[in-house]
Ligand binder design. Structure first.
Ligand code: NAD
Ligand code: TYD
Length: 339
C-alpha cells in the first residue's frame, strides 16, 4: 500500500483521514477524488494542499471514466471510500442522491478495484446499518435492520462490497463507525449545529423528547481505527468503530451549553424526525482485539469539538451564512418554528 485513492476526502471524516495519513506515513501518496457537493470543501484540506504527496481531483465516484482515469494515472493500489450522501434528514427529503452515490457509486469503485487489482478496497460504513438497538450492542454479524433511506443505501453498499469479495476476490474490508464529532463537520449534523447555534444564542432544535442515544466518537479515534483495519485487519471482514458507550441527545445539548456558558433555555424541543432511531450502540471488541483503543469518551470528544468551533469561526461562518445552508435550514427547521 502506497498510492491511496481517498474518495470523499474533501468532506468531514475524509479530510481528517487524509491529514492523518500524510502525517503518519511519510512515504504514502494520496489522491482525493471528490465531487465537491455542498458538504465538500477545499478549506478542509488547505493545510495539506501544498504537500507534494497530495493531489486533488474533482469528480464523481459514479462516473466510471473519471474513476478509471485516476486509477491509471496515479497507479492507485488502495481505495478508501468515504464519498457518500450522509445526512439522514436530507435522505428523507431527497433519497435519489443517496442511491446514486452510496449504492451505484460504490459499485463503480468496486468495479475499478477489480479491474485494477488493488491491494485493498476499504469501505467506510456506519452503525446505522444495524438499525436502532434498544438493548445490548451490535456485533458485526448482526442482521441489518435499516430504517432510513440513508442507512438502507449504506447497507446496500456494504452488501455489494462483501459480494465483490466473495464473487471476484476483491480484497475488501469494511468499518462501521458510530457518530463522529470533531473539526470540519458540516453544521447540519447535530453537534456542530448545536455548538454554532449556541455560540450565536440561537435555539437548539432537539428532536422529540431528546432521549435518543448516540455514541459520539472523536473523528481521529475513528481514523486510527480505519488505519488499524487497513494494516492489520483481515480481508472480507467488518469491524465496528466507536467508543462503545452512548449519550442521550438532551445530555449532549446540556453539555454543549455548559461548556459555552449558555443557558439550558436555548434547548427548543421540536417535532421529531420520522422513523427516528432511538439508540445505536456498538460492540467494538473485534477491533480492540487488533490493538486499537478509543482515546476519548463521548464527553471528551464533544468538549474538544466545542473548542474547535469556538476557535475556528473562519471555517463555519461562511457556510452558515451561505445561500445553500440558509435554504436548507429554512426547509428543515422552518416548519418546526425556527428559521
Ligand atoms: P460528509 O458529508 O462531510 O462528506 C462527504 C464527502 O463526499 C463530501 O466531500 C462530498 O463532496 C463527497 N461526495 C458526495 N458524493 C460524492 C460523489 N458522488 N462523488 C465524489 N464525492 C462525493 O461526510 P462524512 O461525515 O465525512 O462521512 C464520510 C463517510 O463516513 C460516509 O461514507 C459516511 O456514511 C460515513 N460515516 C459518517 C459518520 C458521521 O458521523 N459523520 C459516521 C459513520 C460513518
Ligand atoms: P445526526 O447528527 O443527524 O446524526 P444521525 O441521525 O445520523 O445519528 O443526529 C444525531 C442525533 O441528534 C439524532 O438522534 C437526531 C438528533 N438531532 C436533533 O435532535 N436535532 C437536530 O437538529 C438534528 C440534526 C439531529
Amino acid at each position: 500500500m502506497q498510492n491511496f485513492l481517498i474518495t470523499g476526502g474533501a468532506g468531514f471524516i475524509g479530510s481528517n483521514f487524509v491529514r492523518y495519513l500524510l502525517e503518519r506515513y511519510p512515504h504514502y501518496r494520496v489522491v482525493v477524488l471528490d465531487k465537491l457537493t455542498y458538504a465538500g470543501n477545499l478549506a478542509n484540506l488547505r493545510d495539506v494542499a501544498d504537500d507534494p504527496r497530495f493531489t486533488f481531483v474533482q469528480g464523481d465516484i459514479a462516473d466510471a471514466e473519471v474513476v478509471h482515469r485516476v486509477m491509471r494515472e496515479h497507479a492507485i493500489d488502495t481505495i478508501v471510500n468515504f464519498a457518500a450522501a450522509t445526512h439522514v434528514d436530507r435522505s428523507l427529503m431527497e433519497p435519489d442522491e443517496f442511491l446514486r452515490t452510496d449504492v451505484f457509486g460504490t459499485y463503480v469503485l468496486l468495479e475499478a478495484a477489480r479491474a485494477f487489482g488493488v491491494e485493498r478496497y476499504h469501505q467506510i460504513s456506519t452503525d446505522e446499518v444495524y438499525g436502532q438497538v434498544l438493548e445490548g450492542r451490535s456485533r458485526e454479524d448482526d442482521k441489518l435492520h435499516t430504517r432510513s433511506p440513508y442507512s438502507a443505501s449504506k447497507a446496500s453498499g456494504d452488501l455489494l462490497c462483501l459480494a465483490y469479495h466473495t464473487s471476484f476476490g476483491v480484497p475488501v474490508t469494511i468499518t462501521r463507525g458510530s457518530n463522529n464529532v470533531g473539526p470540519y463537520q458540516y453544521p447540519e449534523k447535530v453537534v456542530p449545529l448545536f455548538v454554532t447555534n449556541a455560540i450565536d444564542d440561537l435555539p437548539l432544535p432537539l428532536y422529540g423528547d431528546g432521549t435518543q442515544m448516540r455514541d459520539y466518537q472523536y473523528v481521529l479515534d475513528h481514523c486510527e481505527g480505519i488505519d488499524v483495519v487497513l494494516h492489520r485487519g483481515q480481508v472480507g471482514e467488518i469491524y465496528n468503530v466507536g467508543t462503545g458507550s452512548e449519550m442521550r441527545n438532551i445530555d449532549m445539548a446540556r453539555l454543549v451549553l455548559d461548556l459555552l456558558g449558555k443557558p439550558h433555555s436555548l434547548i427548543r424541543p421540536v417535532a421529531d424526525r420520522p422513523g427516528h432511531d432511538r439508540r445505536y450502540a456498538l460492540d467494538v471488541s473485534k477491533l480492540r482485539a487488533l490493538g486499537w483503543e478509543s482515546r476519548h469518551t463521548c464527553a471528551e470528544a464533544i468538549e474538544k469539538t466545542v473548542r474547535w468551533y469556538v476557535d475556528n469561526q473562519w471555517w463555519w461562518r461562511p457556510i452558515k451564512s451561505g445561500e445553500h445552508y440558509r435554504a436548507y435550514y429554512q426547509r428543515q427547521y422552518g416548519s418546526r418554528g425556527l428559521a
